[in-house]
Design a protein around this ligand. Structure first.
Ligand SMILES: Cc1cc2nc3c(=O)[nH]c(=O)nc-3n(C[C@H](O)[C@H](O)[C@H](O)COP(=O)(O)OP(=O)(O)OC[C@H]3O[C@@H](n4cnc5c(N)ncnc54)[C@H](O)[C@@H]3O)c2cc1C
Length: 405
């Protein structure tokens, strides 16, 4: 297992090591999958940290734009904003997540009742399909919790168009194993490969492209030569973006830390001084099936890191397993409000929906402040990335502390 030390210190040292590569090396090399242990040659491998906001998008952009001009680091900056765009897009259309979860449940029922599907799905997850490149990536994912972006695209394409497996099962395989597994980036990227996201546009994995960008490590035979878009409903109507929470930082408060945002300093900067803190991570909720052991361990490690880093600000810390445990913990505090960073669409937001009425019944309120970064960026995720991308220079200008040269 490649070591992803779940700490902010590790994320900062990875960031520092990557900084010199964020312009030319990244622009020229980012499509090359160099193989396990060699990815940092051309990509940052920061996603497990950014996903949990051990290091935030703003931290990364500030560091990159402190060293490079926007035009020279444009590619890297755009990739960081891809995450933001996907999160915003799903936040404006949360029913796409519900549709994915309902579809996944139906496909898992099929796996339970259809022997052929079960056999093919198991072979794909174990890396026993006979397609060497695909089998290698399946094992790399299970062993390390990470895959290069290009490998994710090839893998998803082969899963859908060559192996003809349901896309939801592939997205779920990723969510159970990726340390950076993210409801928005993962669901919407799988939908994009299958032709559900950009209507009618699919991604076909081609052997010559794989050979080129793996520098000849793989040249798979027998891949589908054509990728017909999957059938699916039109995009649902957009909902309104979340409003920044208006809250009284002086009111007695308790803090709830979740996997969505492990940089609580933005709350302390607003004046939050919690009496006590609870932690909750979502590993058991990313899939109806059991998550890979490394996922639970990584998420727990990130929580241990944040509670030890901020130990002098958090009060006593309690680990909670579910909404009722959190409500029981909250009932023991003298806090009128439980403050937690806003949770975008996904398992944490689902847990919050369960928690709110439990807290209300004991006269407590769940307050979920939205970061300024998300409040500024998400409302622009209305159409495709091309349109969103045009806003990047302006967004960077609006973000405090980010200077564009
Ligand atoms: C089918 C599929 C599933 C994916 N599932 C996830 C997922 O569950 N979680 C996840 O974080 N990313 C996902 N991605 C996006 C992308 O592959 C990873 O974010 C990227 O590979 C992370 O590696 P890195 O940090 O070395 O990226 P770098 O190339 O160094 O990029 C820097 C940062 O930009 C962001 N980023 C880069 N590419 C993308 C992208 N295409 N979409 C969104 N953000 C991006 C990430 O935060 C990343 O850490 C998926 C892509 C595909 C095609």
């Amino acid at each position: 297992m490649t070591q992803f030390d779940p700490s902010r210190t590790e994320s900062l040292s990875r960031m520092t090591a990557f900084l010199p590569k964020a312009s030319k090396t990244y622009a020229g090399g980012r499509n090359y999958d160099n193989g396990p242990g060699l990815h940092t040659k051309s990509v940052s491998v920061l996603s497990p940290y950014i996903r949990h906001r051990l290091i935030t998008e703003e931290d990364v952009l500030t560091a990159v734009l402190g060293r490079h001009t926007l035009s020279s680091a444009e590619k890297y900056v755009q990739e960081v904003f891809w995450r933001t765009y996907w999160k915003g897009w799903l936040q404006l259309r949360p029913s796409v997540w519900e549709m994915y979860r309902a579809g996944l449940k139906a496909r898992l029922d099929d796996v339970a009742t259809q022997g052929g599907l079960r056999r093919d799905w198991e072979a794909a997850c174990k890396g026993e399909t006979g397609i060497d490149a695909f089998d290698h990536w399946a094992r790399e994912l299970v062993d390390t919790g990470y895959l290069h972006n290009h490998a994710r695209m090839w893998f998803a394409s082969i899963w859908i168009f060559t192996l003809r497996l349901p896309w939801e099962l592939g997205a779920d395989f990723f969510m159970r194993h990726l340390l950076d597994g993210d409801p928005a980036s993962n669901t919407l990227s799988w939908r994009w490969v299958g032709g559900l996201q950009t209507k009618g546009k699919t991604y076909l994995a081609r052997p010559e492209n794989i050979a080129k960008y793996t520098e000849g490590r793989f040249n798979p035979k027998g891949l589908a030569g054509f990728a017909a878009p999957l059938d699916g409903p039109d995009h649902p109507p957009r909902t309104a973006p979340p409003e920044p929470a208006i809250w009284d930082t002086k009111r007695p408060s308790a803090l709830l830390l979740t996997s969505e945002d492990l940089s609580p300093s933005f709350l302390f900067d607003q004046g939050l001084s919690p009496l006590t803190t609870a932690t909750w991570h979502d590993a058991e909720h990313v899939s109806p099936l059991a998550p890979a052991p490394h996922l639970g361990a990584f998420k727990q490690g990130t929580l241990d890191d944040v509670t030890s880093r901020w130990g002098d600000r958090l009060g006593p810390v309690t680990a909670c397993a579910d909404a009722s445990e959190i409500a029981a913990w909250a009932a023991q505090t003298n806090a009128g409000q439980i403050v937690s960073p806003f949770a975008p669409t996904g398992p944490t937001a689902t847990m919050f929906a369960e928690l709110k009425p439990l807290l209300a019944a004991q006269n407590q309120e769940l307050v979920t402040p939205l970061r300024r970064y998300d409040a500024l960026c998400w409302p622009h995720a209305t159409h495709g990335f091309f349109k969103f991308k045009e806003k990047i220079p302006k967004l960077i200008g609006q973000l405090k502390g980010l200077q564009v040269a």
